[in-house]
Ligand binder design. Structure first.
Ligand SMILES: [Cu+2]
Length: 385
């Protein structure tokens, strides 16, 4: 791991000139703009420190594996911000509002394991971190609204998971198959929050194809496979005891998730980066039909992710309109366009199965996701302005 000490020295010089008006998202050359070069076995951050305020990590993947970049709290567990799915040769920015303190940076080549970590310090710049004046009121409102949404969604997730688990254990497979995609939508709506609990997420939502060495196949998708074994060649159904064990653990984990989300609070960048993260989830697993390989209910998850992103954006809208009305208008337009395409696939209270989509329809959906991702990725920098 190579860190450039010259960049460290530059911090002082920039601090003297002051970081101009309103913490604008830092540009290249600024001490708050840090280039990150990720490879399959290294994670070079241009400096090991930055002044507090709005910090941009500009991550370039120079390796051959898909990579991720994280900023973690001093406990090494709390995710302050992340960018996922950075393909080889691609660059992605992570914009964060960082208070003084100790952090870790981490790249995760191949998206597995705990990543290549290094300490990262944020030095007090003397500037106010986070919104002030009118902006603060907007952010407080967005934060309250989003925390309420997360609580409500986990309430519903818990209630529906309870029903699902009961049906699964009673061998009422038809009922369980109906409940499955409906309950999961509540998970998908808050997926970036749920995923921030590194102990629960792999147990609850790991797909069989993504399992890491030594990881057991449990949670939602384990039960999915047992309920929809049609595509599983040579599959042996679970015994009632095996089923009960998986189902009970899923319910217990959902209760833990529910309890942990009672007191969560969210900053503007967490809400905004979360919205972008949900779009990444769609691009990575739903629009490709990989998430629900056995049940083919990917479009429910797709809608859930979009709902969550839309709610996050809606909460931030008053602030975004003030900072960048044009960007807000673009996001508005692209949400509407994407929703129209999804609406065309509605069937009853839900959606057609993924295999009913034509290649063209998948491409249209994928294009619409990308068209929305683009302005949405600029939202954090705009609201932190
Ligand atoms: Cu998922």
């Amino acid at each position: 791991m190579i860190r450039k000490t010259t960049a460290l020295l530059a911090v002082g010089a920039f601090a003297l000139t002051g970081c101009t008006e309103n913490n604008a998202a830092p540009a290249a050359g600024d001490a708050r703009h840090l280039a990150v070069t990720a490879t399959d076995d290294s994670c070079q951050v241009a400096a090991a420190t930055a002044p507090s305020g709005t910090v941009t990590f500009s991550v370039t993947n120079s390796g051959n594996k898909v990579n991720e970049f994280y900023v973690l709290g001093s406990d090494g567990l709390r995710i302050i911000g992340e960018v996922e799915n950075i393909g080889p040769g691609l660059s992605r920015d992570l914009v964060l509002s960082l208070a003084p303190g100790e952090y870790f940076s981490a790249c995760k080549p191949g998206m597995v394991g705990e990543g290549i970590r290094a300490p990262f310090s944020v030095i007090d710049s003397g500037e106010q971190v986070g919104p002030a004046g009118d902006d603060k009121q907007f952010v407080d409102q967005a934060s309250t609204a989003y925390a309420g949404y997360v609580k409500d969604q986990t309430d519903q997730l818990l209630a529906k998971t309870q029903k699902f688990v009961t049906a699964v254990k009673a061998g009422k497979d038809d009922e369980a198959r109906t409940l499955y995609p409906d309950a999961r939508m509540h998970w998908e709506r808050i997926e970036t929050v749920a995923e921030s609990f590194g102990d629960l997420d792999p147990r609850m939502d790991a797909r069989e194809a993504d399992l890491e060495k030594g990881q057991a196949f449990t949670g939602w998708h384990r039960l999915e496979k047992d309920l929809w074994p049609a595509r599983a060649t040579g599959y042996t159904a679970m015994t009632s005891a095996e089923r009960a064990k998986i189902a009970d653990t899923l319910l217990a984990d959902t209760k833990t998730l529910h309890q942990r989300t009672r007191t969560m609070s969210f900053t503007a960048d967490e809400i905004s980066n979360g919205a972008k993260g949900l779009l990444d989830e769609v691009a990575a697993g739903k629009v490709t039909g990989e998430e629900e390989y056995w049940s083919r209910t990917d479009l429910y998850d797709f809608q859930g992710n979009i709902d969550g992103a839309r709610v996050a954006w809606e909460g931030l809208r008053p602030l975004l309109k003030k900072k960048d009305a044009t960007l807000d208008g673009q996001i508005d337009k692209e949400f509407a366009n994407l929703q129209q395409l999804l609406d065309a696939q509605k069937q009853g209270a839900g959606f057609v199965t993924y295999d009913k989509l034509s290649k063209e329809q998948v491409k249209d959906l994928s294009d619409a996701v990308n068209a929305l991702s683009e302005p949405l990725s600029k939202m954090t920098a705009a609201v932190l302005k």
